[in-house]
Design a protein around this ligand. Structure first.
Ligand code: DGL
Length: 268
């Protein structure tokens, strides 16, 4: 720990925090980090070229996550948030080991708070296929899902809707309705959003579950709180006089980069 703290000393306080996702989805986490830490500079990397990750083989997702974190390290980031459940599930241990001592925050499926809060004893979890069949989800479900009926469903088509700015369409409503049908039938009163693209579909989801006493759980505020904790622990907060800068990068083209910027402003 002492050695780690000493190495972390080499990271610069005024360096940016990196936030990465396969595409636009991680902006829902970027927004929370910005809200929690308004003085910090942020570099957002939305891969864009290889999105979606959710149906790719684990090895491939791990390689893509590695390239993304290497890119953010090359930008001088002092901490990286893997704002992608799929990449977290496929690669978080590997990334933490490879890029130590730089702190890396991953996404946790918010199964724990949902299991603690459920009154019906049924919790729905929406995530990508790759996240749902991953070890991280299995471990979390085994740890907190005791005595709770966990009904999982892949958000089929959700990422594509968000990537194409189709959240406010009848197609989006039909897609969301189909995905949650089974969990609602089972009596879920908590629905966990296990993919960072999904909060963009929150208005639609709230319409679909209206009147059923369902709480939708988004883990992004908890992820932002974790970032604050780690900056505290390692003494990595920015100097108070620093002016925050927000940068958007992508492995796709300039048009996609501009979309990231626009979607970020729209998400505030
Ligand atoms: N937003 C990502 C997640 O949280 C990945 C979506 C995708 O690329 O399939 O899982």
């Amino acid at each position: 720990m002492l050695q780690l703290l000493k190495d972390v000393d080499k990271l610069s306080n005024n360096a940016p925090i990196g936030v990465f996702d396969s595409g636009l989805g991680g902006l829902t986490v970027w927004r929370e980090v910005r809200r929690a830490l308004p003085a910090e500079s942020l570099v957002y990397l939305g891969d864009g070229k290889n999105c979606p990750y959710g149906s790719r083989p684990r090895e491939e997702v791990r390689r893509l996550a590695d390239e993304a974190v290497a890119f953010l390290v090359a930008q001088g980031c002092k901490l990286v948030v893997v704002a992608c459940n799929t990449a977290t599930a496929a690669a978080i241990d590997f990334l933490r080991e490879k890029y130590a001592p730089m702190p890396i925050v991953g996404m946790e499926p918010a199964v724990k708070p949902a299991c603690l809060a459920t009154r019906s004893g049924v919790v729905g979890v929406l995530a990508t296929e790759r996240s749902l069949d991953g070890e991280l989800f299995r471990r979390t479900a085994a740890r907190y899902g005791d005595g709770v009926d966990l009904v999982t469903a892949p958000g089929r088509g959700f990422v594509e809707l968000v990537e194409n700015d189709l959240e406010a369409t009848p197609e989006a409503e039909a897609t969301v309705r189909a995905a949650v049908a089974e969990m609602l039938e089972h009596g879920a009163d908590q629905i966990v959003l296990g993919c960072t693209h999904y909060p963009f579909l929150l208005p639609v989801l709230e319409r679909v579950v209206a009147g059923r006493g369902v709480t939708v759980v988004d883990p992004s505020p908890a992820v932002a709180r974790r970032v604050v904790q780690l900056l505290d622990r390692y003494g990595l907060h920015v100097d108070p006089a620093h002016r925050a800068e927000y940068t958007f990068r992508t492995f796709a083209d300039e048009a996609y980069r501009l979309r990231l910027e626009r979607k970020a402003l729209g998400a505030l």
